[in-house]
Structure formats: C-alpha cells, structure tokens
Write a protein that binds this ligand. Structure first.
Ligand SMILES: Cc1cc2nc3c(=O)[nH]c(=O)nc-3n(C[C@H](O)[C@H](O)[C@H](O)COP(=O)(O)OP(=O)(O)OC[C@H]3O[C@@H](n4cnc5c(N)ncnc54)[C@H](O)[C@@H]3O)c2cc1C
Length: 365
C-alpha cells in the first residue's frame, strides 16, 4: 500500500528538518527520508558558528549578512542553551591584507547590522597578550574584539528534529531512495522501507543535490560547486576565547576553544568526486598546522590532533573562484502537472530559520 504525504523531504540536515517542522506547523503531513542519520552531513561538520559572516562584508553581501544576523538573534533568544554569544578576537599583524581602518569599518558595520547590543571594540595589545599567553607578539599591530554566536551544530539539528517530531513529522533514517516516478497526477517514491506518494517533493540533500537530480531526473535550475572543508580537533584548550586569523595567502581561519579541546579550521577545496567519496587530504591537515604555528608560541604537530573532520559545502555556482562564491541560498520550485518539486540550494547553518520561513511562504502562502 502507498501511504500518501502532503510533503516528502529528502535529507535530514538542518534545512530539511527545519522546513519539515515549519510545514508540519501548517498542518501538513510530512515525511523526511534520510539515507544516513539526522545531521550526518554538513550539519554536524561545520565551524559551529551562528554568525552573519564578517568576511562576506568584503564582498558587499550586505543582505546575506543582515539576514544571517537576524537569524542569529532569533536563535540566541529561542535556544539560549544551544546558541551563545562569544567574544571573538581579531588580531591584526603587520603583513595583514586587511588594514586596520578596513577592519574597524567592517566591524562597525557588522555591529550596526547585529541585533544584540554588544558592539565591537579595539583592545589594548598588552591586554590581549596577557589574556592570550599562547599567541606570538611579533608584528602585532592592533587587536579588535567583537561578538558572534557559537553552537553545537549536531545538538542544534537534533533539537529541531525533536521539535519536528512533536509536530508529527515522520523521519525515516537509514533509508535508501530507490525510484522517483513523476507523472502529471502524482509522485511515486520507492525507498528501502516501502512506497509513498505525494504531490510535493523537497530535495534538501545539501552537497548531494546534483547527484540526486541526475539519478532521478529531477528538473532543476542550478548546480553546485562542492567545497570541502576540514577542521582539526586539538586535544586541549589553546586560547581562552575564539580567534580569527589570516593565512599566509590571506584567507581567514579560526582557532576556537571548546570545553576540553580546540577546533581549528577551515579549508576550502573544490571537489569533483561524489560526496561520499570525498576524503580528508593530508595537505589540508599540514596547511592548518602550518598556519596555526605562524601564530602559536608553542608549535602544534600531528600528535596534538585528536580528530580531523570534513564537511562539504553546497555552494551555488556563480563565480570562477569557488571560495568567492556566495553562501546565499536559493529555493528552486518546479511544477509538473499537479506536482511540485522544490530544491534547496546553498545556505548556511545560521540561516535555517529564514530559509524554512521562506519555503513555507513560497509553498503555502
Ligand atoms: C567546513 C564547513 C564549515 C561550515 N561552517 C559553518 C558555520 O560556522 N556556520 C554556518 O552557519 N554554516 C556553516 N557551514 C554551512 C552549513 O554547515 C551548511 O550550510 C548546512 O549544514 C547545510 O545543511 P543542509 O541541511 O542543507 O545539508 P546537510 O546537513 O549536508 O544535509 C543533507 C542530508 O541529505 C542526506 N542525503 C544525501 N543523499 C541522500 C539520499 N539519496 N536520500 C536521503 N538523504 C540523503 C545526507 O545524508 C545529509 O544528512 C559550514 C559548512 C562546512 C562544510
């Protein structure tokens, strides 16, 4: 027997789950199909920041930063145990690509867009060095402090999944998608768990999206660049607060203390292979160690690494250099007879509330 759902969502990452919950709140009968586990994709392999993205200001992506900062405030207020404001320190060294005036202007703008009251400030070099005893002083020109959100991405996604279940969403984990047949009347889906029917399918499979569209012949308007990123988990706390630093090639990276560990990341590598075949590249591990050691008094080596994790960002193709491509999301809707197919392209962990709201507006309101 085919069970009929109002909506079938593919992928139980933060976006699929958030849309499922939002549609269930609109009285829709929703099924989520996940081939692995809830939050097993990018939603548990991120830098764990709930942020506007200070560096996107450099590319004049003001609307993206504003929207993300609105979402940040919503998440700070709604999940105070899971999303917290932290002090982020931004030291500027002599050879920095970004001059002090530019950082000051960027932070002023970032504080202006932020909905919380904590403004960015300049910190005395001595105070910074007294606090960050592990950081080198040589060539340090200025230090700024600003505020951004920090979370546990896995726990946050699980929390939204619990809320979705309370609203009646069914989530099938470890379930393989076998066939998707679309005619003018109905969409028939065969999974390893059985058959279901619907008139609306939402593809929220993140970095897997192009592979699914090709395999099941789903109409789509965009394609993605797969940009993997690794994080090193160091076996101890290296700094009292998070640090934002520049690599030798002028990229931004973070050193973020957790309870007993420190995460250092991230990298950006364009990938051609299928997402499941993407592996941690040894060069990326060396790169993060090397870049960190430019700033740390006592050098890190491989023995200090407790774990390395990798995630893949689904970035909408738009620019030649993938690292410069926007983190904006697009909801791409297609009509086939009485059916609709919606794809979720791109996005950030931070923007799941506005993304889910927008999906409901497009589909229902
Ligand atoms: C290295 C890195 C750092 C990041 N840092 C941040 C950050 O600090 N802050 C921030 O806001 N954002 C960050 N992001 C972005 C953020 O993690 C992603 O935008 C977000 O998690 C994407 O969620 P999603 O639900 O779209 O995709 P995913 O979480 O990847 O979920 C997709 C799901 O689809 C499932 N799936 C795949 N194929 C199938 C199939 N055939 N059938 C059923 N299910 C399938 C997968 O198993 C997966 O669970 C980062 C991303 C990366 C990679």
């Amino acid at each position: 027997m085919h069970i009929k759902y109002d909506v079938v969502i593919l992928g139980a990452g933060i976006n699929g789950i958030a849309i499922a919950k939002a549609l269930a709140l609109e009285e829709k009968k929703v099924l989520v199909i996940e081939k692995n586990h809830i939050a097993s994709g990018a939603s548990s392999h991120s830098s764990r920041l709930i942020h506007g993205g200070l560096r996107y200001l450099e590319h004049f992506e003001f609307s993206l930063v504003r929207e993300a900062l609105n979402d940040q405030q919503y998440l700070l207020e709604t999940y105070p145990d899971l999303v917290k404001l932290r002090h982020f320190y931004l030291p500027i060294y002599k050879n920095s690509k970004r001059p002090v005036w530019m950082i000051r202007l960027g932070l002023w703008l970032y504080s202006f867009f932020a909905k919380h009251e904590h403004k960015a400030v300049e910190v005395k070099k001595k105070d910074f060095l007294d606090k960050f005893k592990s950081i080198k002083e040589k060539n340090l020109k200025a230090v700024f402090k600003y505020f951004d959100g920090k979370t546990d991405d896995y726990a946050l996604t699980q929390q939204i999944a619990q809320e979705a279940k309370v609203q009646g969403v069914e989530i099938l984990e470890e379930t393989e998608l076998k066939t998707v047949l679309i005619d003018d009347e109905i969409i028939k889906i065969e999974t390893s768990d059985g058959y279901v029917e619907t008139n609306l399918i939402i593809n929220a499979t993140g970095a897997w999206i192009d592979e699914i569209n090709a395999k099941f012949n789903l109409p789509s308007s965009y394609s993605i660049e797969k940009l993997s990123g690794i994080h090193l988990v160091i076996d101890r706390v290296l700094t009292p607060e998070p640090l934002i630093l520049e690599t030798a090639s002028k990229r931004i990276f973070f050193i973020i203390p957790e309870i007993n560990t420190t995460i250092i990341g991230t990298t950006e590598r364009s990938e051609d292979s299928n997402v499941d075949d993407i592996k941690i590249d040894d060069e990326d591990v060396e790169y993060l160690l090397r870049e960190s050691n430019r700033y740390l008094k006592s050098e890190l080596n491989r023995d200090d690494i407790k774990e390395v994790y990798i995630g893949t960002r689904p970035i909408i193709k738009s620019h030649k250099d993938p690292t410069m491509m926007s983190r904006e999301y697009k909801l791409d809707l297609h009509h086939i007879g009485k059916n609709r197919v919606m794809h979720v392209y791109g996005g950030k962990l931070t923007t799941f509330p506005s993304l889910a709201r927008r999906a409901v507006e497009i589909l229902i309101k």
